[in-house]
Design a protein around this ligand. Structure first.
Ligand code: TA6
Length: 278
C-alpha cells in the first residue's frame, strides 16, 4: 500500500468509511458497517505508476485503446490534488473534493487545458460521486470519454443478476465488437464478458453482492454501462490480477464512452453516480 500521505479516508463512524488513493483519485475501499463493497486484487500494484487493479479507477480522457497514451487515458495513473479535506456535513455525511488539471505530462498526450473536479460524499449506506469537467480555454473545443471503472466485490459472480439492460444494444468486445441487442430481463455472467451497453437507463441493480445484499447504481449524464469480467483465461493474462480472483468481482461501469463528450470553450460537463447498498 502507498505511503500514508497518498491516502485520504472519509470516516462516517459505525465502521462506514471510504478510502481514496490520490494516485488516480482511485477509490480503493468502501466499507459499510465494516463490510467491504469494492474488489481490489491481491496482486494490485501501489507503485504510484500503474493503474490500481480494483476499486474505482477514473477513466479520462479516453476509454479503451488510445493512440496517444495509455489504455483508459491518464487520469487513473497520475496524482490528483485533495481540493477539500474530508469534512463532516450537518447531515452527518462526510464529503471530500479532489481535482486534476492539465500539466506537462498530460499535454504531451492531449494538448488541451482542462480541470476535473471529483466530489465524493459518504452517506450511511450510499456513496455519491459528482464529477465536473471544465474547459477553461477561450477558443479550444475538445472531446473526451469519461467513465467510473467500478469493481464490485461479490461472493460468486455466477450468482449475480444485473437489471436495467433489457432491450439495450451492446458492443460485444468478446465477439469482434459486434453489436447485439440484449434480450434478457436480467443479465447473468457465466463466461468472459466485455460489453459496452449503450443508452442504458439511469438505474441498475446487482443482486447477490456482499452478504447476499443488492447494490443499486444510479447514474446521471452517463449514457453507457460497461460490464466486464475477464473470466478464467483472461485472469491468467492480467499480471496484477490473481488467476482465481475472477469469481469475486464484477465491473459495472457508468460512463460516457460510445459517443464522446464535446466541450466548447468556457463550458463544463457534469455527471454523477450514486452507489447504494440495499
Ligand atoms: O472496461 C472494460 C475494459 O475495457 C476491458 O476491455 C478490460 O481491458 C478492462 O477494461 C481492464 O482494462 P485495464 O486497462 O485496466 O487492464
Amino acid at each position: 500500500m502507498a505511503a500514508p500521505t497518498s491516502v485520504v479516508v472519509l470516516d462516517r463512524g459505525n465502521n462506514t468509511t471510504c478510502t481514496i488513493n490520490l494516485h488516480g483519485a482511485t477509490v480503493v475501499s468502501w466499507r459499510v458497517n465494516n463490510q467491504e463493497q469494492l474488489f481490489v486484487s491481491k496482486q494490485a500494484q501501489f507503485d504510484g505508476k500503474k493503474a490500481i487493479r480494483g476499486g474505482i479507477p477514473f477513466v479520462f480522457p479516453q476509454f479503451g485503446q488510445w493512440n496517444y497514451g495509455p489504455q483508459h487515458g491518464f487520469a487513473r495513473i497520475i496524482r490528483w490534488t485533495l481540493e477539500k479535506s474530508p469534512e463532516r456535513l450537518a447531515s452527518g455525511d462526510v464529503e471530500a473534493v479532489f481535482s486534476l488539471m492539465d500539466n506537462d505530462f498530460t499535454r504531451q498526450m492531449w494538448n488541451f487545458p482542462f480541470r476535473l473536479t471529483y466530489r465524493l460524499i459518504l452517506r450511511e449506506k450510499e456513496l455519491h460521486f459528482n464529477i465536473c469537467a471544465y474547459n477553461p480555454s477561450k477558443d479550444l473545443t475538445f472531446s473526451f470519454n469519461l467513465l467510473l471503472h467500478t469493481y464490485f466485490k461479490v461472493p460468486d459472480v455466477r450468482r449475480c443478476q444485473i437489471t436495467g439492460l433489457h432491450g439495450c444494444t451492446f458492443i460485444d468486445k468478446t465477439r469482434e465488437s459486434t453489436v447485439y441487442q440484449e434480450g434478457r430481463d436480467v443479465v447473468t455472467i457465466g463466461e468472459w464478458t466485455d460489453r459496452i451497453y449503450q443508452n442504458t437507463p439511469q438505474e441498475h441493480i446487482i443482486t447477490n453482492v456482499v452478504s447476499g445484499r443488492k447494490m443499486r447504481i444510479q447514474k446521471y449524464n452517463f449514457p453507457d454501462t460497461v460490464i466486464w469480467n475477464p473470466w478464467q483465461e483472461g485472469a491468467k493474462e492480467i499480471a496484477d490480477f490473481g488467476d482465481d480472483e475472477f469469481p469475486n468481482m464484477v465491473c459495472l461501469e457508468a460512463g460516457h464512452v460510445s459517443a464522446p463528450v464535446i466541450l466548447l470553450p468556457g463550458t463544463a460537463f457534469e455527471a454523477s453516480q450514486i452507489l447504494q447498498v440495499m
